[in-house]
Design a protein around this ligand. Sequence first.
Ligand code: SAH
Length: 245
Amino acid sequence: MSGKVWLVGAGPGDPELLTLKAVRALHEAHIVMIDDLVNPAVLEHCPGARIVPVGKRGGCRSTPQEFIHRLMLRYARQGKCVVRLKGGDPCIFGRGGEEAEWLSARGVEVELVNGITAGLAGATNCGIPLTLRGISRGVTLITAHTQDDSSLNWQALAQSGTTLVVYMGVAKLGEIRDSLLASGMSANMPIAMIENASLPQQRECRSSLGDMQQDAQAFQLKSPAILVIGEVAASAQALPLAVSA
Ligand code: SAH
């Protein structure tokens, strides 16, 4: 008897941003393995399931990835329907790809379900159109935190003409600023820092590349937060976009 693992994105926090497909997977689940950044409110869709917390936030208590892999495999081999629920989208800095590959290689049926990633949700929630026509010709999602400490090609990013959305950047604001300034980006480049995007406690701090670290400090910016770097981070404030209260 073989079960199935759904690798599901729970979106950025607001339970209304869950997809219908995620809700269906939750309904079918026997076991729900839940990450730290998932809003527990979404668990109303799986009242009968066993909930297994497997959070692993940077610097805090963590469940080793290998353990999570093996646990999913064990449940699937017991014939269980497992939902591995992750914040945002499972494949945007969420290890969805590696988990899917690991399980598939062991004969487990896997299905990936999109979630709305925090960077896109945060920007839109704050009225920032990431690809505003005539201003931004694209958007680049990057992380400031790499497993091997390899560095990004900041020069290429600075010159890309795209809006940069940075994940896991709160502890690296100084480095990001220095790298972009050294790559020729203007100190006046607008920045938006969005904490707890889509949740009732969402906060946003607008600044510029040159001032972002001091401003974030004064604002007491905390993780989870995303940074939006680009002209749209300023122009959006004045746009008459419909943002629900
Ligand atoms: N898979 C997730 C990202 C996981 S990496 C996604 O697609 O959204 C964790 C990082 O995501 C955090 O450090 C933060 O930069 C960002 N993040 C996740 N949830 C967030 C939220 N509600 N508000 C702001 N940033 C968030």
